[in-house]
Design a protein around this ligand. Sequence first.
Ligand code: SF4
Length: 371
Amino acid sequence: MYDALSDSDCRLIVQPLLQWFRNTKRDLPWRHTYNPYHVWISEIMLQQTQMDRGVAYFLRWIERFSDVQMVAAAEEQEILKYWEGLGYYARARNLHKAAKLIVSDFAGEVPCDYQRLLTLPGIGPYTAAAIASVAGNYDIPVIDANVTRVYARLFNIGEPVKEQKVQKRLAEIADKLLPPGQARAYNQALMDLGGLVCTPKNPDCSKCPVAGSCRALEAATVPERPVVAKKRKIITEYWVAGIIQWNGKIYIQQRKNDAVWGGLWEFPGGQVTEGEPDNNVVPSILAECGLSVAFAKPITKVVHQYTHHKIILHCFLCTLAVERFEPVLRSACNYRWIKAEELEQFAFPAGARKLLEYIRVNQPNLLSTHF
Ligand code: SF4
């Protein structure tokens, strides 16, 4: 059981937090105008992305797509290219679809209304609340990972935060604390506090504006808060991929939209069992795209981790074994034979990008060889 929050408890948290935000708020580009289009892009980009990285991508994006109409009019490939490296590419494809809907249904104005926002692809309750409160200053609380951590510590919540009853309790706390008419400042203050001071490891309680109200600090339980359920085990997968060269060109294929990394391009290959990747590359490529290749040579091994998977990708340089360059697309929806210098124009998942970066740095002439 938890104590109910009194009005004076609320004042002791809300006022110092707002004051702290006024004094220390980060100079983020979308905070200059709170333009709903900018806030929307920043919210989508910052999901699963560090702030510094998110800002750099945001600035590059806004330079190319200054408004929602430009996003709607762009080709999906270009959208993915500007997203390349941020991961979770469904976000970019949804953003593209949402931009088209905003142009067709909302006269090109990104809505700030919570319910309208929820009708758009890629916008769930959290993102809708963030855009509505930050861009529109609507009285809607926001509960993201940072806010959850802050509240779990402030109120010394000793149960796993993902549990339904704890989620309910967090929603009640958030509702009660939200100061009417100040959602924009309050929500951002909380998010900044979680990002800068009340960090997952080593929170700097000496700089915290609400330390005087922090029950976990008082109970010396800060390192144990928030309580999280046990982590899922990381699964290791072994893959092979071949860069196939023919007549001075390289084969790439595009992943189907409903697949992981949908819409991105890749070098063909497949999952293999651990060990002996050399023996698996030729049959894997044949099985996946119908191209018969002669095994050429290993290039490198790249390791990439996403969510609960660790991918060990063995990469090879291959040539066509027979003069048949029309693939049979099984797991892909499109293909191209391109020159090495055109690779830059296509968006690749992290594993393939690591491979290309390895080649650029260590074997810069590798792909200029003409077979
Ligand atoms: Fe977080 Fe420390 Fe502030 Fe408590 S006092 S809210 S643990 S930074």
